[in-house]
Design a protein around this ligand. Structure first.
Ligand SMILES: NC(=O)c1ccc[n+]([C@@H]2O[C@H](COP(=O)([O-])OP(=O)(O)OC[C@H]3O[C@@H](n4cnc5c(N)ncnc54)[C@H](O)[C@@H]3O)[C@@H](O)[C@H]2O)c1
Length: 294
């Protein structure tokens, strides 16, 4: 009953108010990996809605690009070259953001990387790097910004996971495992906040299918077309406004993927290989660029 009331209540508020704290441009909203495919779309859309958007990304050239893109439309954006795997750097820049722009209201943990190789091919340092970007960074950014959210009794933490965090797949031992970890991070922190009565800190987990950003270049999905980054960004923003806890893209995956728990593992594998052809889709995937990664 309570769950039903929460759902109805949040959708009623969504329809009637349509005003969210970040849209007033008073409190900042931060996107990690905000210079990438999905990130840039998020940043642009949020800036258009009147948000004060802070972008953290490792790639300085891409940061310049997103800044130019946003400023071309006469909006302002705050960009910082931050490596989210570096704990000290995260805490340092969090202090700078807080002092110069304000305490962050909405944190979108979006930065991510993938190797695209089989387990024995992935260099050890890249496995560590994938864990650093895709999971550990969530701990550093959340520890940096959650205390202010608790003080204000208001905030929102968005975790960008993946459908591979709900179903392991070929050439993804690093990526998929880290995305499973993001699910555990999201669910556990949600439980922690709720148990402490900190209901005004919202949490949203987003698990998309392939997105056409280049991250999975060379993959040829057999059953569904890749998602477009602008559609994913739009859905994430809607999810924030509706205070949705768990989003899959496409939506029906939320209901289909758990079926693997109800059928024999051998049947699950046969469906994966012969019907969905998941492994085959991944076979042409580019592997990461050693020079860029080093
Ligand atoms: N592309 C897909 O098919 C797909 C599918 C499901 C989920 N996702 C997830 O969506 C999110 C966005 O992915 P995308 O497709 O836009 O990828 P992308 O490669 O276009 O963007 C990722 C961004 O993260 C940044 N980044 C990487 N390491 C960083 C670090 N150490 N510090 C700071 N920034 C760093 C990159 O510079 C890049 O700008 C990721 O979390 C990804 O795992 C992607």
């Amino acid at each position: 009953m309570g769950v039903l009331w929460d759902t109805v209540n949040s959708s009623v508020r969504y329809q009637s108010q349509c005003q969210f704290s970040y849209q007033c441009g008073v409190v900042p909203l931060l996107v990690t990996g905000g210079a990438g495919g999905v990130g840039q779309e998020l940043v642009l859309r949020l800036a258009r809605e009147g948000a004060k958007v802070v972008v953290w990304d490792l790639n300085e050239k891409a940061l310049e690009k997103v800044k130019t893109r946003v400023e071309k439309e006469d909006y302002k954006v705050w960009t910082f070259p931050v490596d989210v795997t570096e704990r000290g750097e995260v805490y340092k820049y969090a202090g700078i953001v807080k002092a110069d722009i304000g305490p962050v209201d909405v944190l979108i943990n979006n930065a991510g990387i993938v190797c695209g190789q089989t387990l024995l091919e992935i260099p050890d340092y890249m496995i560590e790097k994938t864990y650093g970007v895709n999971v550990l960074s969530h701990y550093w950014t959340t520890k940096a910004f959650l205390p202010d959210m608790l003080k204000k009794n208001n905030g929102h933490i968005v975790t960008v996971g993946s459908l591979t965090g709900l179903l392991g797949t070929y050439r993804c031992t690093d990526y998929s495992a880290t995305k499973y970890a993001t699910v555990g991070f999201h669910e556990s922190l949600l439980v922690e906040l709720k148990t402490h009565g900190q209901d005004n800190i919202k949490m949203t987990l987003v698990c998309p299918y392939f997105i056409n950003t280049g991250m999975f270049d060379g993959c040829k999905p057999k059953t569904l077309d890749m998602l477009e980054p602008s559609a994913v960004a739009k859905r994430i923003i809607t999810g924030i406004k509706r205070e949705e806890v768990f989003i899959t893209m496409p939506a029906f995956m939320k209901y289909v993927l758990p079926l693997k728990n109800y059928i024999p593992a051998k049947l699950s594998w046969a469906l994966m290989y012969r019907v969905v052809q998941g492994p085959q889709a991944m076979m042409g995937m580019r592997s990461f660029n050693e020079v860029e990664a080093a």
